[in-house]
Write a protein that binds this ligand. Structure first.
Ligand code: ATP
Ligand code: MG
Length: 307
């Protein structure tokens, strides 16, 4: 699958277990798509105000705000922020001015709402919906493609199952209208896709398969899997077999790295056998930090699949 196809949606969600490379790949895809001329918004799901953001760090910033800011040509970034979503929602349903500011200031209302089921996810969801609907003066979407660096697995599924559960619970009214509108984007395979990032190791692959199942069950269209940090194999097949035999018999330097190559190949084989979704391998690169996403993005461009 090429990057053109991957980025042909309105929304891409990048999920996976902790530490697998979600943030790095979300940034890399955003950089690649922006270079290809798409107006991209890179978003992360924010939890606590003032938290430092690893995603923002990759772009030399401490954190992103709830208002999209320009990072580069064609590339904006923000955090999805529950209070911002709540505010936008109240603005939408309440007649403006005095009532609205009273409502927003009311501690009782805040306490009441915070106890409501999925309150936080609803805020993120509504904030996202507002960003999807933002238009330029020419009537074109302000953000052609929104890429979300999703939070840890539990939160991801809470967010993707939210519309289904709440609509069943509430049935009608403005919240349901907003959820249904969001559903029409996030459950539409032409508009949205969800990618799972995993490392090429046994346990992470098992966890990625579980997450994929959860996403599938929540009706989110699946893009595929990024098999990240795939170790490079510099050996020809005959060399590989010889070295494998030597390492099997002797505990010598390099054995661990060599076995990692074997485990990665096994992880790839397992994925190919057990699921029928695109798998994109991303090399383990030696350069870290700031330069990593741009380096991965460069390998995506022109994109043919593996990087
Ligand atoms: N392809 C790669 N090659 C080398 N290093 C990588 C690669 N992808 C990610 N890393 C490194 O792995 C570490 C974790 O990556 P990242 O922060 O993107 O993961 P994450 O899934 O967002 O983690 P978290 O759960 O903390 O949000 C970082 O130090 C990053 O530089
Ligand atoms: Mg991260």
């Amino acid at each position: 699958m090429d990057m053109e196809t991957i980025t042909s949606k309105r929304l891409i969600m990048i999920s996976g277990k902790g530490g697998v490379g979600r943030t790095t790949l979300a940034a890399a895809i955003a950089i690649a798509a922006a270079k290809n001329g798409k107006r991209v918004l890179l978003a992360e799901v924010g939890d606590n105000e003032g938290d430092e953001s690893p995603l923002a760090h990759l772009f030399g910033k401490k954190n992103f705000t709830e208002i999209p800011a320009q990072l580069d040509q064609n590339l904006m970034a923000c955090r999805l922020w529950a209070p911002q979503g709540h505010k936008l929602f109240l603005q939408h349903i309440l007649p403006g001015g005095a009532i609205l500011s009273a409502a927003l200031r009311s501690k009782a209302l805040q306490a009441f709402l915070t106890a409501a089921p999925s309150f936080c996810e609803m805020g993120w969801f509504y904030h996202l919906l507002t960003l999807i609907k933002e238009m330029n003066s020419d009537g074109q979407p302000r953000h052609q493609l929104i890429i979300i660096d999703m939070p840890a697995t539990g939160h991801t599924l809470a967010l993707t199952t939210l519309p289904k559960i709440l609509i069943r619970l509430i049935r009608s009214g403005p919240i349901v209208d907003a959820l249904s509108e969001g559903q029409r984007v996030i459950y539409d395979p032409d508009k949205s896709s969800s990618w799972v990032v995993t490392l090429p190791e046994k346990l992470p692959v098992s966890e990625a398969l579980e997450l994929l199942e959860g996403l599938h069950a929540s009706n989110v269209p699946i893009g595929g899997i990024f098999l990240n940090r795939f170790p490079q194999n510099p050996f020809q097949p005959d060399e590989f077999d010889t070295i494998n035999r030597i390492f099997n018999d002797h505990n010598i330097y390099g054995k661990l790295s060599f076995q990692r190559i074997i485990r990665s190949q096994e992880a790839e084989k397992r994925l190919l056998k057990e699921i029928d979704v695109p798998i994109i391998k991303v090399d383990e690169l030696t350069r870290g930090g700031f330069e990593l996403p741009a380096q991965i993005a460069q390998k995506f461009n022109p994109i043919t699949g593996d990087v």
